[in-house]
Design a protein. Structure first.
Lengths: 191, 212
């Protein structure tokens, strides 16, 4: 249990995916302007990553390994992710229009979110067992969602502040990210 | 020719269009990593542009994105295996960021925006210029970060780990190790992006004046 908790905290806060691994920057800069869209994107990412991780993990160990096709991992994973996102979109549209309305527009964007591919690949390279894989696949996107939310609250205020013209928009968001990264580096060594 | 250079700097895929910035921030700790990444990406970009342009007439429109992704993933895997075999030092340094080239938005972006509509030669040229812009972005970032963080510029031959050159530009006492950390990556990128934006604003204001 201790090990799982340590794994969760490390992936969630200490090695935060955005601030230490720099992954998922495109959606991070794109949808962190408003609080509501940040929450929607965050939830959609957690859901898709958990689903895609379970899918690819089972596929890797029950199909690719017995057939000795491990080198096909990249091609199968990216196809599974693209298909899974499409599938989730269709199911949501049919059975839960309310949820689809909330998450729908973010789903197509997730296929190109590098965090999804990163987590599915890391599950394999770190040789996680099933439970560790589940914990890791929740912790990483949860860290992503947390950052997205914190940023959206800051950026809503920044929009009404006076800032130098060339810095407006993404450049200023990156300066903010630098300050956040500095704060989060204080957490290193916690676990 | 002038247009070519302004395109490289002002419409730089990294600083101007904010494409493929995940890898730009992550691997620009030193010049070697930046060049390794940049050369892998430009090779994959040219090859994927050529292949996608060649099959553009037989690709059904509805499933074009999955087709592009399969082409790109195959190329990336080939490059990954080549790097593992011939330049293991690069493989260790770049790690998971090599397979993540698949989701580098520059490659899929150019496939969709250019290669799917243009001929093979034009697509190859487009891949080359875009890739060159990406390499320039990476090298600029890595030079700034490496010089500020360690004071040394180094290049190592990736195939046999032999040192090509190593120059100390700043005395060790004045190096700021923060720049090899994530903080430095974000700061350097922000300043470079703002600089490109400032120059672009100036150029645009000038052309507007001339037009009047």
């Amino acid at each position: 249990m201790d090990k799982l908790f340590a794994l969760f905290m490390t992936a969630f806060l200490i090695n935060n995916i955005i601030l230490t691994k720099f992954l998922g920057m495109c959606p991070f800069l794109g949808v962190s302007r408003q609080r509501s869209s940040a929450i929607g994107m965050g939830l959609a990412v957690i859901f898709v990553i958990l689903g895609a991780s379970i899918f690819t993990y089972v596929l890797y160990y029950s199909v690719l390994v017995p057939l000795e096709l491990e080198y096909m991992d990249l091609i199968t994973f990216i196809l599974v992710i693209a298909a899974f996102v499409q599938f989730v979109e269709l199911v949501l549209k049919k059975y839960s229009p309310a949820l689809y309305k909330a998450l729908g527009i973010y789903l197509p964007l997730i296929t190109t979110n590098c965090v999804v591919l990163y987590v599915t690949l890391e599950n394999i390279t770190n040789k996680f067992d099933f439970l560790e894989m589940i914990v890791y696949s929740i912790a990483v996107p949860a860290g992503f969602a947390l950052m997205l939310f914190i940023f959206s609250t800051i950026r809503e205020r920044l929009d009404i502040a006076t800032t130098p013209k060339p810095f407006r928009g993404n450049a200023l968001a990156l300066v903010l990210a630098a300050i956040m990264a500095l704060a989060f580096s204080g957490l290193a060594g916690l676990v | 020719m002038k247009k070519f250079f302004t395109g490289l700097i002002l419409d730089n895929p990294v600083f101007g269009l904010f494409l493929g910035i995940c890898s730009t921030l992550a691997i620009t700790i030193n010049l070697n990593n930046a060049l390794g990444m940049g050369i892998s990406v430009i090779l994959i970009l040219i090859a994927s542009n050529v292949i996608i342009s060649a099959i553009r007439k037989i690709t059904p429109d509805e499933i074009r994105i999955p087709v592009y992704i399969v082409v790109i993933a195959t190329l990336v895997k080939a490059v990954e295996l080549l790097i593992k075999a011939y330049a293991p030092a690069i493989d260790v340094a770049l790690g998971v960021f090599i397979p993540l080239i698949v989701v580098n938005c520059i490659i899929l972006g150019r496939a969709e925006a250019f290669a799917s509509k243009n001929g093979i030669l034009a697509s190859a040229w487009d891949g080359f210029t875009m890739g060159l812009g990406y390499i320039i972005g990476l090298v600029a970032m890595s030079l700034i970060r490496e010089i500020l963080a360690t004071g040394i510029v180094e290049m190592v031959n990736p195939f046999n780990d032999a040192l090509i050159f190593s120059i100390r530009l700043v005395p060790a006492e004045f190096s700021i190790s923060m720049f090899s950390q994530p903080v430095g990556a974000f700061l350097t990128f922000a300043v470079l992006a703002a600089g490109v934006a400032a120059v672009r604003d100036k150029v645009e204001a000038q052309t507007k004046k001339e037009a009047k």
